[in-house]
Write a protein of this length. Structure first.
Length: 453
């Protein structure tokens, strides 16, 4: 084996999950319902009306799942806290049984020398807070910070890395503009308010983090989903369309955090729906973070289309390349470009790839005790090579978290899309490490050298 793809000795090799997607038992032991509990129980909102009531039953099988991580050889695990498990009503009384669950999980991870990376919000807002306006209510920044401080105090002596929000763009776009995700709104005027309140909540939580014991040994950041935009042609219309798409998806959340201002293209995209924001708010949002988490899956080629609002762009499929089960183009070189462009725009900064993976077809049950998934193996090989290429060109990449540890509840897709390194037979919850999981384990064991094969 060559050492041309060797990673630094302290590089974090991990996997990622989220609470509602794997835990099941969403209202057990005193937990309150979330917006995803309500949304998935609303007929017609998800594939075959499937819900996360059982999911991967991780709430009861967490020890088994941590043992699987040990078998894979990961040294890091990124998971999210279910806010309604901690504060069933969103604010006020704390549910001790919810805190105890995550405390036991953290202790078990540390026993196996797996570093926990906690995400505070991965889309499962307490239903009680949504009834009070949710992300449309400015008070949510205070609600979120009170919850965040509860977790900083509970786990801050053992957790080194915290992320405030996961993919705030999806919360805004899917939850409040397209309406395809919880809470299911579709309103152009709501979307920018949600963006702003998400960012205010993030900034305030970072500010509050600094005064807690968690900050003594811990770091805090933000996890965003980024999607490089490519113009369909060199025409000025397509170039401008590409620029708008980039501002909307990629710079909408990063420019305020790193530069203290929103991209100017947003005023054109949202028109009269775009409000004026105060300098005080923007200063809060710009509160310095310690690292950036980037979730990368695909790129998009954009063409100008005047009738598709609000972006006036149309995605152009690229059938010459492999497509995943979610109809995402497999284009690993865009990951290198993305990491370099983020570093160029915002400065050299600690970055973690907090999600990267692919849904390909896997059978419902193992065949002869095995799940062979060569397409996923190749996806990981090429994307890890792309990440390494970015490091060689100066990107300060500190870790990589494969999405996902387990096949899980893929939001509105229900259980129809499998992303896991570990197969889950939903009929009996039996876990089987896939060939891709074994491959990832070999990459970890070789600290990347296996990628040269």
């Amino acid at each position: 084996m060559s050492d041309s793809y060797k990673f630094p000795a302290d590089f974090l090799w991990g996997t990622s999950t989220s609470a509602y997607q794997i835990e099941g038992s969403p209202t057990a032991d005193g937990a309150g319902p979330s917006i995803w509990h309500r949304f998935s129980h609303t007929p017609g909102k998800t594939f075959l009306d499937q819900t996360g009531d059982i999911a991967c039953d991780h709430y009861r099988r967490w020890k088994e799942d941590v043992a699987l991580m040990g078998e894979l050889g990961v040294n890091a695990y990124r998971f999210s806290i279910a806010w309604p498990r901690i504060h069933p009503n969103g604010t006020g009384a704390t549910n001790r049984r919810g805190i105890d669950f995550y405390s036991r999980l953290v202790d078990e991870l540390l026993k196996r020398n797996i570093k926990p990376n906690v995400t505070l919000y991965h889309w499962d807002l307490p239903e009680a807070l949504d009834n009070r306006g949710g992300w449309l209510n400015r008070d949510i920044a205070d609600w979120f910070c009170d919850y965040a401080v509860t977790m900083f105090d509970a786990l801050g002596d053992r957790v080194e890395r915290w992320s405030t929000l996961n993919e705030p763009w999806v919360v805004m776009d899917g939850g409040y503009l397209s309406g395809l995700l919880a809470p299911g709104h579709s309103n152009l005027f709501e979307a920018p308010i949600v963006t702003h309140n998400l960012l205010r909540s993030h900034g305030m939580a970072v500010q509050r983090f600094r005064s807690t014991r968690a900050a003594k040994t811990g770091k805090i950041g933000l996890a965003v989903n980024l999607e490089p935009k490519y113009p369909a042609s060199h025409s000025s219309a397509d170039l401008q369309a590409c620029k708008r798409a980039d501002a909307y998806m990629n710079r909408q959340f990063l420019d305020p955090v790193f530069q203290g201002s929103y991209p100017e293209e947003l005023t054109e995209i949202f028109g009269e729906a775009w409000p004026e924001w105060t300098d005080e708010d923007m200063e809060l949002i710009k509160e310095p973070i310690d690292f950036l988490g980037i979730n990368y899956y695909t790129r998009r080629v954009e063409r100008f289309h005047p009738d598709i609002l609000p972006l006036k762009t149309r995605h152009v499929p690229q059938p010459q390349h492999m497509q995943t089960e979610t109809n995402w183009e497999v284009f690993p070189e865009a990951l290198t470009k993305l990491l370099l462009s983020v570093t160029e725009r915002y400065g050299k900064f600690p970055i973690y790839i907090t999600e990267n993976g692919a849904a390909f077809y896997d059978p419902p049950s193992p065949v002869n005790g095995r799940i062979d998934d060569p397409l996923r193996i190749e996806y990981y090989r090429q994307h890890l090579r792309a990440a390494h290429d970015a490091m060689k060109q100066g990107v300060d990449l500190r870790g990589y978290y494969a999405w996902s540890l387990l096949d899980n509840y893929e939001w509105a897709h229900g259980f129809s899309k499998r992303f896991g390194l570990v197969h889950v037979d939903y009929s009996n919850q039996r876990r089987t490490i896939k060939a891709s999981g074994r491959y990832y384990a070999s990459v970890i064991a070789s600290n990347g050298a296996k990628l040269a094969d």
